[in-house]
Design a protein around this ligand. Structure first.
Ligand SMILES: Cc1cc2nc3c(=O)[nH]c(=O)nc-3n(C[C@H](O)[C@H](O)[C@H](O)COP(=O)(O)OP(=O)(O)OC[C@H]3O[C@@H](n4cnc5c(N)ncnc54)[C@H](O)[C@@H]3O)c2cc1C
Length: 420
């Protein structure tokens, strides 16, 4: 049976589900199409570090990253790797990344990232207060950036100053103050930047709870394994072809994470998004139970406590659209933990099954949100890289505003999908 919707959202990760949520709230009749049901381990939104981090206002492409990245490339235990491939799209992405890693571009990006982060944090409160959505583990404990070397700590004072200027509540802590902030950690850190208003959630629970709430409120979910074929007419998409079950809609939203360029490519639209693989390992939190998440800054490893569980996450590996596990890099993540936090028993972590997820990375560190030039009723909501959990709610809200022809909550000029 053919059905007609106001909006078809392609992708049921955190971004697609938040988009469906705000569209449905604004009275739209919505369908979410995915290869698998929301909350599945294949999506990047499943077992990431779960930070809702308004402090993350500096894009990855920033001054100094290129030389650091080149040094890291030579070290198989480092948190960063680009697998050299004969791939024109990857080459173009790297070129744009390189061109974006300058002070001027970063300074233009910071206010927009700060505005997106602030609005998204407000919207997390809306989600948490919505009685239809079950508990997704929202904890308001802040985020500790731990430093093991005076050199790195001193160098990042500038980042703290930038955060303070952008209105992010920030404290510099000495070892004693770190201990007072998180008594459960015995750390070797010489100092920390503490972002007091960062939060964390259980990302898989967010997706599962949103899925249930949306389904209860009349949003349809359709699993489609095959590659999608669209029908078009007069510069608009009209339907997704599925034989007798064609999906007709007035508007289409591509929120398919790292796979978005693949789908857009079938429509003749080139989007510079590369998959940035990361790993996580989640184990029982049998040790003194920490509450405050921490980033082990020099190694870029994230530690997220979840009550009875604790998660270690890290690595940014550009190696195409695959979730193959590189055990050496997973071990490097776990080895880093004991170098900062000495009282965690890591034995179980080394034998646990790691998870891999693909971050949808744009080359300038800003997401792609907006209508495409080629098809006026196609909206892109992708490319959130390391902040897709943080920015999922605001992205959903903005898409609902675009669909309703309302003034968007945040200025969209720098986020246009066709900006590259
Ligand atoms: C190790 C790690 C740690 C991270 N930590 C954080 C963090 O602490 N805070 C933060 O904000 N972000 C974090 N991130 C980034 C965050 O996880 C991502 O930015 C975010 O999950 C992207 O969400 P998404 O909905 O765009 O993509 P996804 O969650 O990947 O969802 C995309 C969906 O599209 C579907 N899809 C793909 N192709 C098709 C198709 N052809 N047809 C239909 N459906 C399709 C997929 O099945 C999937 O469900 C982390 C990432 C990693 C890897």
């Amino acid at each position: 049976m053919q059905k007609k919707y106001d909006v078809a959202v392609i992708g049921g990760g955190s971004v697609g589900l938040c988009t469906a949520y705000f569209l449905q709230k604004s009275g739209k009749n919505v369908v979410v199409i995915d290869k698998a049901l929301p909350g599945s381990a294949d999506q990047c939104s499943y077992a990431n570090a779960g930070y809702v981090a308004p402090s993350h206002i500096i894009p990855l492409a920033s001054p100094g990253i290129i030389s650091k990245g080149l040094r890291w490339m030579l070290n198989p235990d480092s948190p960063f790797y680009i697998h050299p491939r004969l791939d024109w799209q990857q080459f173009k992405w790297m070129w744009t990344f390189w061109r974006s890693a300058n002070l001027e571009t970063v300074q233009r990006a910071i206010p927009i990232l700060a505005a997106l982060c602030n609005e998204s944090a407000n919207l997390y409160n809306v989600l948490a207060e919505d009685k239809n959505i079950g508990d997704f583990g929202l904890e308001k404990q802040g985020l500790l950036m731990l430093y093991n070397t005076e050199k790195a700590f001193a160098a990042d004072h500038k980042i703290a100053e930038t955060a303070i200027k952008a209105g992010v509540p920030t404290k510099l802590l000495n070892p004693q103050e770190i201990k007072e902030t998180e008594p459960a950690f015995e750390t070797t850190a010489v100092g920390a930047i503490y972002y007091t208003d960062d939060w964390h959630i259980r990302p898989s629970s967010l997706c599962q709870q949103l899925h249930q709430a949306l389904a209860k409120n009349g949003v349809d979910f359709i699993e489609m394994n095959n590659s999608l074929t669209f029908e078009k007419s007069d510069g608009k998409l009209t339907k997704i072809c599925a034989g007798e079950n064609d999906i007709n809609a007035d508007e289409f939203v591509l929120a398919s994470g790292a796979w978005t360029p693949q789908i857009a490519g079938t429509l003749g639209i080139r989007l510079p998004i590369q998959a940035g693989k990361g790993y996580s390992v989640t184990v029982k939190n049998s040790q003194p139970k920490a509450k405050v998440p921490a980033i082990l800054t020099e190694t870029k490893v994230a530690v997220t406590p979840y009550g009875d569980e604790i998660r270690f996450a890290g690595t940014l590996e550009f190696n195409g659209l695959n979730t193959d596990i590189n055990p050496r890099r997973v071990r490097a993540i776990l080895n880093a933990v004991s170098k900062y936090i000495t009282n965690l028993d890591m034995e179980e972590a080394f034998s646990a099954q790691p998870w891999a997820g693909l971050r949808p990375c744009s080359p300038d560190g800003l997401p792609l949100i907006g209508r495409t030039e080629k098809y006026n009723n196609l909206i892109i909501a992708a490319g959130h890289a390391m902040v897709g959990i943080t920015l999922a709610p605001v992205t959903g809200k903005i898409v609902s505003e675009i669909v309703a022809d309302e003034k968007p909550s945040v200025e969209l000029d720098l986020l246009q999908p066709d900006r590259f």
